[in-house]
Write a protein that binds this ligand. Sequence first.
Ligand code: ATP
Ligand code: MG
Length: 429
Amino acid sequence: MALLKRPNGTRDTLPSETSEWQALEGFLCETAHINGFHEIRIPTFEHTDLFARGVGETTDVVQKEMYTFEIGKHSYTLRPEGTAGVVRAVLENGLLNEALPLKLFYILSCFRHEAVQHGRQREFHQFGVEMAGSSSPAADAEVIGLANQILTEAGVGNASLRINSIGCPTCRKQYSEALRNYFAPHTAELCATCHDRMERNPMRLLDCKEAKCKVIAKDAPSILEYLCDDCKAHFAQLKHNLELLNISYTVDSRIVRGLDYYTKTVFEFIVPDGDGELTVCGGGRYDGLVEELGGNPTPALGFGMGLERLLATLHDQGITLSEPDPCCLYIVPMGEKAADMAMKLTNQLRKEGSAAQTDVMGRSLRAQMKYADRIGARFTMVIGDNELENGEAVLKNMKTGEKITMKLGDDFVDRFCDIEIADRLAAEE
Ligand code: ATP
Ligand code: MG
């Protein structure tokens, strides 16, 4: 029978890769906690309506990329991003009644049916944060500061931060008019989707990925000239805060973000990637979203960081987050009695948190040593009739070749753990 393949745009994360994901997730949780964010977990699918309203009807995500299915009378969609579901959960569980600001983070898979290419999958993972309750630019600086801390501490040396303000519904109205006027003479040259954007949300024209539209959009008027006093002051204060935090940035008035609910601050962290560049993190303020989803008007903001893109960037720079710790001791038993002893010792070591292994295949001495080598065991120890009789066995350090005679008595586990820690420290030096 033919082997089945995974769907295009999905990945298997193999045992050799999962330890790196675990290290990454641990690091993200820790950094989020230090910054006062707490984890929230939400369903993988939601009512389709949530994304139509929360992500926005005019976005590529809703128009072209959603995995939607019907069961009975209901339409459901696999989450294409985290924000809409998190805000839904916040409202449904009354979290805004608790102390504000509410500071949440999540690590989750997202599903988007888009053209698969480098840095673009159909199932991918995001680390994201959402902060609700503050309209102050200090909150914007905190959120951007967290993304910056993560990228810096993970070792991404070459990420650049681009910021922009896309104003509020008041200033955006005038700006949309200015954009319509600018694009009108070029209508014939625009792609079909952009025709629709002209009508419904001209700002999204600036986000079009078609080359012919990009060329025209290059000279479009800048939103920054249309900001109202409030938005202008907010943006100025954000820049001041970033300077205070020593976070370098450039202002890029072309960043509009794909999603409809953004107001004021939008930002992206970008890394060079071959001839082009890749956005590892994108976010901003969405003061209109909570109300759009049925809550009381509440200012909020957040970001989403693509974890596959983050790991790929780290790998490009030669950084691996952690080496797997496969096996600290492989016990090689020869004979039935020795096998009993090996099983007991292995069990005791594991209880003490030591990753010990022994034979479960009935292999010969040679085959066991070969296996120990393959799984990267740091120490091996052969137990046979002689060792049982003398109550002693030889521990071999597989890397240095050093041999240590060990008593097989009650304190074996303690003594092995000491040796193992000393070896680990020596290896780190
Ligand atoms: P792009 O302009 O690259 O399509 P986007 O605006 O659709 O990005 P967001 O919705 O802001 O992206 O998602 C936040 C982050 O999630 C992105 O910055 C990126 O790192 C990651 N991301 C988005 N789509 C994908 C995908 N299809 N595959 C892998 N990572 C993705
Ligand atoms: Mg996209």
